[in-house]
Write a protein that binds this ligand. Structure first.
Ligand code: SF4
Length: 291
């Protein structure tokens, strides 16, 4: 049985950067906290906690004073930085630069819409840390949409400035923009593209993986998709593989591997999300190879 790891799977640039920043601080012997799990992968969080990285939630953060707190790749709203300053907390900045740029762009657009009649609409997952950070840039005055039915939240007679959370599905974002354009046409707006400003903000580290994973999933009898269950990018990329190859299995740890999946199979492909560490994928490869 051939067992192949997808070369593009593993941490994206933003997550890799955040993990390296944390590791360097821990190796210097610094006591640091991560505001929220540093990555949506329990195994990697466990590994870093053995090095001394403690995860805290926002309630715990507000009670802390005189310490160091790492902001993970998803970014944070401005209130977090204000609290840190008040409580003498040193921020270790690990927000992904792509998310930082998106935060600035959304804020800049929102300030412009205040002078006109426009509205900022964010296509993202309610409650997701990145979305909380994006909405925070604009005083929570943006409209959050997460699926086709949410077009009703948008006033299609006013200009719409549309942005997507970086890890959303390209296909679902396109569907949503098509619905808005269709509704505008239905309402007699002769040139919807003047009224609907679509910002292509899904990260290339996510969107480029979709076509690549489709080809990878097609190539193998069985696909093992490795990801934390909380990873939204993991859910999207898993369904990309599953749609192409129904014999795709989602696992978040080596213990979930079931020997019966490989009976009579000639080739197995192993891939994962942008939050899946390479060492975990390799670990799973070794277990499957032994089977
Ligand atoms: S998916 Fe893209 S935007 Fe999000 S953390 Fe990774 S590199 Fe940054």
């Amino acid at each position: 049985m051939v067992v192949e790891i997808d070369k593009q799977s593993g941490f994206c640039f933003g997550v890799q950067n955040a993990v390296e920043i944390a590791e360097k601080a821990l190796l210097r012997g610094e006591k640091i906290f991560s505001l929220g799990p540093i990555v949506h992968n329990d195994k990697e969080v466990e590994r870093l906690s053995t090095l001394g990285l403690a995860s805290i939630d926002h309630d715990e953060f507000r009670k802390l004073k005189n310490c160091k707190v790492l902001i993970r790749a998803h970014g944070e709203p401005p209130e977090t930085y204000i609290t840190a300053e008040k409580n003498n907390i040193t921020i270790i900045e690990a927000t992904c630069p792509i998310v930082k740029r998106l935060q600035s762009k959304i804020k800049e657009t929102w300030l412009k819409t205040k002078e006109g009649n426009g509205q900022v609409v964010i296509f993202g997952k309610p409650g997701h840390a990145e979305v909380v950070g994006l909405l925070g840039q604009i005083n929570n005055e943006g409209i959050l949409v997460s699926g086709p039915d949410d077009f009703q939240k948008v006033d299609i007679t006013r200009p719409v400035y549309l942005f997507a959370q970086t890890t959303m599905s390209v296909k679902e974002y396109r569907n949503f923009t098509d619905i808005l354009r269709f509704k505008m046409e239905e309402n007699g707006i002769s040139d919807p593209d003047m009224n609907l400003i679509i910002n292509k903000t899904i990260c290339g580290q996510v969107s480029n993986r979709e076509p690549h994973l489709k080809a990878f999933a097609r190539k193998h009898d069985t696909i093992i998709f490795v990801s934390g269950r909380e990873s939204s990018n993991g859910k999207i990329l898993f369904s990309v593989c599953k749609n192409i190859n129904p014999d795709t299995h989602f696992v978040s740890s080596p213990e979930e591997i079931d020997k019966s999946w490989f009976k009579g199979k000639k080739s197995v492909g192993i891939c994962g999300a942008t939050s899946t560490p390479k060492w975990l994928i390799e670990n799973i490869r070794d277990i499957i190879s032994n089977i």
